[in-house]
Design a binder for this molecule. Structure first.
Ligand code: PLP
Length: 407
């Protein structure tokens, strides 16, 4: 089934105001997400936060089921978090590492994950081993298999990096991890809502994701999915009276489900918005929306590639909706700022967020235009027209800084 473009745009208030090509940063929420969040905030204002939470308790419980359905898991395997980073870090800091254990990672690894692995190296004496790319630019399955053969405790894979179109072969990595018994952590931050995900097919033990990107949920939302092995192994590094029960003055019991990684306090409105975003994605069908994101991404790469002095930098055998490019002799921050002045949202991918990738390819900051299914071909043409104008005008047209965050 194809995406009903008119109705999805009618459901997206932001498209009347901006050409939004920063979906890898934070996508435009649907009208339903916005209404859900606003309605709960109003309920809190009228009834008080705790009473409002009680009234909404059925709906908040249902969010776990919606998130689980999106990744093919069970509600008991989901913990709701404030971000992908909180989810990923909670899992990694809960792993019972021993000195000398090897963790395999790839060039797509997200900055915050890489920093955490360095920190865990200092703390537990684990060694992080980099798996090289293959000739297409995705993680090399051959290199991965040989390093797994030498012994590895864990594989951490970023499914889709922050700084490019690459879609890593998550299922093939899962198959290798299964064969070698390695614990498999998948960062699905950029893939959830963009590509169809099914944890049993992927074969991961942990999956972390955020709400605000391709899922179109409110900022400050995310989730963690734990498989059976993760449920057995992972002990949260921090607890509170929600994740554990104080059963006697000297004793506490940790929750048995994945919500052992949640704390009591959270934004109820945000979580309800996350549920509404998941339900919207499920109703459209991620297979259909992915097909459109894939097509628009390829189209944008083609259009930009035809411009003189513009270079597209995405790698990978399979590429999705994130398109990175540079303009000869122009600073990417200035290009992004000039696009912003023309009412087109993009962002900048900086080497500091993709340290194992961009510097290795000799690349500095890149303009990142990330498409979603609600974007139109006319919007892509507008972007390309502006890039051509900025490129032709040179430094005179492009000054300023749109503040690349690398996320
Ligand atoms: C691949 C990847 N992983 C993790 C994150 C972190 O997500 P969050 O900001 O929700 O913690 C990002 C953010 O851009 C990302 O692109």
């Amino acid at each position: 089934m194809s995406v009903p473009l008119e109705s999805v745009r009618a459901d997206t208030p932001g498209v009347d105001h901006v050409v939004h090509l920063d979906n890898a940063g934070s996508a435009l929420p649907t009208r339903g997400v916005l209404d859900t969040v606003m309605a709960h905030l109003e309920l809190e204002a009228r009834r008080g936060g705790y009473a409002a939470a009680r009234e909404a308790s059925g709906a908040t419980e249902a969010v776990l089921g919606s998130v689980a359905a999106l990744v093919g898991g069970e509600a008991e395997s989901i913990a709701l978090t404030e971000s992908a980073t909180v989810a990923w870090n909670s899992a990694l800091h809960a792993y019972p590492f021993s000195p000398g254990q090897r963790v395999l990672t790839s060039r797509a690894e997200y900055a915050s994950n890489a920093i955490t692995l360095l920190q865990l190296g200092e703390r537990h004496g684990i060694e992080t081993v980099l798996i090289e790319d293959d000739e297409e630019g995705q993680v090399s399955l051959e290199h991965l298999e040989s390093e797994l053969g030498r012994g590895a405790e864990m594989v951490c894979l970023t499914h889709i990096p922050t700084a490019g179109g690459l879609v890593n072969p998550a299922e093939a990595v899962g198959e290798l991890c299964r064969r070698h018994g390695a614990f498999y952590v998948l960062d699905a931050c950029q893939s959830v809502g963009q590509v169809p995900l099914d944890v049993s097919r992927i074969g991961c033990d942990v999956l972390s994701a955020t709400g605000r990107k391709y899922l179109r949920a409110p900022r400050g939302t995310g989730f963690l999915w734990l498989g059976e092995r993760a449920m057995d192994l992972l002990r949260p590094s921090q607890l509170d009276l929600f994740s554990a029960t104080w059963v006697a003055p000297e004793r506490y019991e940790v929750r048995s489900d994945a919500r052992r990684f949640e704390f009591f306090e959270h934004s109820v409105a945000g979580r309800l918005g996350l549920g509404a975003a998941c339900d919207y994605a499920l109703a459209l069908g991620v297979e259909s929306t992915w097909e459109r994101v894939f097509r628009l991404g390829a189209q944008l790469r083609g259009l930009l590639g035809e411009l003189d002095g513009v270079h597209v930098h995405d790698k990978g055998a399979l590429k999705g909706g994130i398109v990175t490019f540079s303009v000869d002799s122009l600073d990417s921050h200035a290009v992004c700022a000039a696009l912003g002045d023309a009412g087109i949202n993009t962002s900048v991918s900086v080497p500091g967020a993709a340290m194992l990738d961009l510097p290795e390819r000799g690349l500095g900051p890149l303009v990142r235009a990330s498409v979603h299914y609600y974007n139109t071909v006319e919007e892509l043409q507008r972007l390309v027209g502006e890039v051509a104008r900025i490129s032709a005008a040179g430094n005179g047209a492009a000054a300023g800084n749109c503040g690349g965050t690398g996320s």
